[in-house]
Design a protein around this ligand. Structure first.
Ligand code: AVJ
Length: 313
């Protein structure tokens, strides 16, 4: 097989229970649709985390108990808007730090450093494009302490075992006393959660179906978008939002670039995403299971979201 994308898509579509990895949502179109999602009033996660980082930046920085200077390493920085208030606080109070945003998109990193240098003159910023762990490994050799940021509830996309595996990898690439601030969406009234993912304007549906358009383009496939729909379900007991694409007909799709045909039954599902919600007790367990010590959960006023501060002991 030529590339990882083709391989992952084919593995998912050939499985008994079809599935597609949500990480492939984010091509240029998908990233734009995700911006639309973040702007929806129903998608409370963005506002909740923005509130925490705006109103509690002093408490968060005090809780680090770092000597200066220190590093702030952000995994998947994107447009960096979430972090702005935190960075602004540090610059305004002349606290010395180096900001290291990491993302897979060179374009996003160029935009981010340009905008930050304009809005926060004097900021030290060293953007990095590429593999998280390569960059974290290098950062471990750095003499100064580091705060890792893994925001936006991105951890919610990982099944339990995978989440622990990822967090242990972060842990292995940190120094004793380094901190991780991790954004985690909390269990809450299930209606609120359902409305955030099953929005009535169909933006989340477009976000999911865009993955089929990406497969059409990159693997020369012939998915007919109108013959598929979107379904998602929140289970308030497990905290799992699961998203699916439904085949509205018995049909077959050709992936011409790799010479494959996939058959879909009437009403067959393709699982596309997990967005897990946690209780506070589960956050404690997640921290322990990945060898961290939980210091503080910083919650928004509605208690919808936590930016949880963990230490490597
Ligand atoms: C970017 C993974 C945090 O799961 O809430 C938004 C992506 N999916 N609406 C999430 C998403 C559907 C989002 N994360």
């Amino acid at each position: 097989m030529t590339n990882a994308f083709a391989k992952d898509i084919l593995t998912g579509l050939r499985a008994e229970q079809k599935h597609l990895p949500s990480k492939y949502f984010y091509d240029d179109n998908g990233s734009r649709i995700f911006q639309e999602i973040m702007n929806m009033p129903e998608y409370y996660l963005t506002d909740a985390e923005f509130e925490i980082l705006s109103l509690q930046c002093k408490s968060i920085i005090d809780a680090l108990q770092f000597s200066t200077p220190f590093n702030i390493v952000e995994l998947g920085a994107g447009d960096g808007l979430k972090t702005f208030k935190l960075l602004e606080y540090l610059v305004k109070h002349n606290i010395e730090f180096n900001y290291v945003p990491i993302d897979i998109s060179q374009e996003a990193m160029d935009m981010l450093s340009k905008r930050l240098k304009e809005r926060l003159p004097g900021i030290h910023i060293s953007p990095q494009v590429g593999d998280y762990f390569e960059i974290l490994k290098k950062n471990k050799e750095n003499d100064y302490p580091s705060l890792l940021l893994f925001l936006g509830s991105n951890i919610g996309n990982y099944l339990d075992d995978k989440a622990i595996e990822l967090l242990q990898l972060f842990n292995n690439n940190m120094k004793k006393g380094d901190k991780l601030l991790i954004g985690i969406d909390l269990k809450k009234n299930p209606i609120v959660i359902r409305d955030a993912y099953d929005d009535k304007h169909g933006i989340t549906k477009r976000f999911n179906l865009n993955l089929l358009l990406r497969i059409n383009r990159e693997l020369n496939a012939d998915f007919r978008i109108d013959d598929f729909d979107f379904y998602c379900h929140y289970n308030p007991i497990t905290g799992e939002v699961k998203s699916y694409i439904i085949s509205l007909r018995d049909q077959s799709v050709e992936l011409k670039a790799i010479n494959e045909t996939i058959n879909f039954e009437y009403n067959e599902l393709i699982w596309t995403e997990l967005s897990k919600k946690y209780g506070l007790q589960e956050i404690q367990e997640l921290a322990e299971n990945s060898n961290f010590k939980l210091k503080t959960n910083f919650l928004d006023c509605k208690h919808f979201f936590s930016d949880s501060l963990w230490e490597k002991p």
